[in-house]
Write a protein that binds this ligand. Structure first.
Ligand code: HEM
Length: 538
């Protein structure tokens, strides 16, 4: 009997071992999978699906999902980007807490899966952390000061005039209806501006008959940027990174060797892009050492960073060649799609509001004859309707940026435990501010679905009552956008020149309202199509 019992036990042993191993594996998997959730489980949010979390909600509702969730769950709620819970903050006072008051505990950005594999993206200012970030920011901040930006007006203006000259030709491409693909035009314009101001290179995208090498570089850049998606339509390794970050690195290393996969294409594009940026940086370094750089004359970002590098051993250590390439490339990444989106949404909104257009035209014509170029000072003071509210803010532009917030979420991560909105959030919590939700809050913006630049008039009651952090398209606190003044100067200068020469009408061949797509920033899925009407002189 005893023998039979032992034999029976032996027969079950392999099954029992397998079941036990599976159970242990399962427990480890669940611990791994739910550990980020555990620390923030007290924060309200909708039930999350296993593995994909709330990604299906994002796919279904688009960026509007965050407004819907804020309505249901309040100003601080959970949203699971796959495995990773985000604690979303959708209240002006709480954003001030995150961005300003508790900055010491929340100084860095979390690294989203799409960026995790790309050193070119990681070594810029955006994703560097702590002391390295503050040393880098302090080094380059002078390049964004008003005195330096004022000197960039002529360079910006040249690119703007060239883009405006290209409008009739762009319309002629569609002979039967004359639509201009304004998103494309704005992206080319913004990219040319960055080419000149960051790299000291004329990409010539808006010049007729030009293209070639530069166009190829930009095509690769656009491809690299648009593949940075935040949903499951991203390359496989990125999608995997959203649900199981530990597998992202190995999957990417494997898939980038498999021709034809999206990972392979992204890796090749990033390598080529990297090589081109390095080439530009190295060529400039060589020119400088041979004294062929027009010493002291160049105002572009790359020259200034290379100058800084030459100033001390500490700066050389801080600004390694990798960081110089990344900082320079970052301009293209951070400054082209965002500025282009802002310019095209502003012109699109003005085109649909004749009363706004009339006031704008009166202001532009009142400035001077067609072709008169404003100085940086004029841009600050002579365009109260375009730029009504002093300092860095612009009224039509401000309202357009509220209406279409290009960066609806701003990522941060806690470096230590914080108390926020009645919740205790552990170190490592991904805490994201939601300017896109703030911008649609009727408590701060009466009738938020209406385009009304006057709501930002400093004399207006709504503006006076509004919380200072209710409108934060450029972020808030020490980590706010370093390129804000640069971007606004470019958009204002473009608006003045464009409206000196044209008025625009919405094309009936475009969907209304325009469909939006959420990558690392927002963009118009099918572009903005406008009809440009040349204004008569006199
Ligand atoms: C309309 C155009 C733009 C918008 C809406 C925009 C928006 C933003 C936002 C929301 C942030 C995050 C701020 C935060 O975390 O609080 C940011 C950061 C940043 N932006 Fe912009 N941006 C624009 C144009 C530019 C331009 C033209 C440049 C460069 C020339 C630029 C370079 C950067 C950099 C380097 C950072 C990271 C700053 C840091 O971490 O210290 N941006 N931007």
């Amino acid at each position: 009997m005893e023998m039979a019992g032992v034999a029976g036990t032996e027969a079950w042993l392999p099954y029992a071992t397998t079941v036990a191993s599976c159970a242990v594996g399962m427990v480890f998997f669940l611990l791994y999978f739910y550990s980020p959730h555990w620390g923030v489980r007290g924060v309200p949010g909708p039930p999350a699906l296993p593995v994909v979390g709330h990604l299906p909600l994002l796919a279904w509702y688009g960026p509007d999902v965050f407004c819907l969730l804020a309505k249901k769950y309040g100003p601080i709620f959970r949203f699971h980007l796959g495995r990773q819970p985000l604690v979303i903050v959708a209240d002006p006072e709480l954003c001030r807490e995150v961005g300003v008051r508790q900055f010491k505990s929340i100084p860095n950005r979390s690294l989203p899966a799409p960026i995790a594999g790309s050193p070119l993206h990681q070594k810029g200012l955006f994703f560097t952390r702590d002391e390295r970030w503050s040393a880098m920011r302090n080094t380059i901040i002078s390049l964004y000061q008003p005195s330096h930006l004022a000197g960039l007006v002529p360079t910006m203006q040249r690119c703007i005039e060239r883009s405006a000259d290209a409008i009739p030709a762009a319309a002629a491409v569609h002979q039967e209806h004359g639509d201009v693909d304004f998103s494309d035009l704005s992206l080319k314009l913004a990219t040319d501006v960055i080419g000149q101001t960051a790299f000291g290179v004329d990409f010539g995208l808006t010049a007729s008959g030009r293209g070639g090498e530069a166009a190829e570089f930009i095509r690769e850049h656009v491809h690299s940027t648009t593949s940075l998606k935040m949903d499951l339509s991203a390359p496989l390794s990125v999608a995997l990174g959203l649900v199981a970050p530990a597998l992202q690195g190995p999957a990417r290393r494997l898939l980038r060797r498999v021709p034809g996969t999206a990972d392979w294409r992204v890796a090749r594009t990033n390598e080529r892009l990297r090589a081109r940026v390095d080439e530009i940086v190295a060529a400039r370094g060589r020119d400088r050492s041979r004294g062929r750089d027009g010493e002291g004359k160049r105002r572009d970002f790359l020259s200034a960073v290379l100058d800084a590098r030459g100033r001390s051993a500490a700066l050389r250590e801080l600004l390694t060649p990798d960081h110089v390439s990344a900082l320079t490339y970052e301009h293209l990444l951070a400054g082209s799609a965002t500025t282009a989106f802002t310019l095209s949404s502003t012109v699109y909104l003005v085109a649909g509001h004749p009363e706004v257009e009339a006031k704008l035209l009166a202001e532009v014509d009142g400035f001077g004859p067609r072709g008169a170029v404003p100085t940086a000072d004029d841009l600050q003071h002579r365009f109260p309707y375009l730029d009504q509210a002093s300092k860095d803010s612009a009224t039509i532009i401000k309202e357009a940026m509220r209406f279409y917030t290009v960066s609806p979420l701003i990522s941060r991560v806690t470096s230590q435990q914080v108390e926020l909105g009645g919740y205790t959030l552990p170190k490592g919590t991904w805490l994201w501010m939601a300017p896109g939700v703030l911008a649609r809050d009727a408590a701060s913006f009466r009738d938020p679905g209406a385009f009304r630049p006057e709501r930002f008039d400093p004399a207006c009651e709504e503006q006076r009552r509004r919380h200072p952090c209710a409108h934060i398209p450029f972020g808030v606190g020490p980590r706010a956008c370093v390129g804000q003044r640069f971007a606004l100067q470019e958009v204002k200068l473009s608006m003045v020149h464009l409206y000196q020469r044209f008025v625009f009408r919405r094309s009936p061949r475009m969907e209304s309202p325009p469909e939006l797509q959420f990558g690392i920033v927002l963009h118009f899925k099918n572009g903005i199509k406008l009809v440009a009407i040349e204004r008569r002189v006199g």
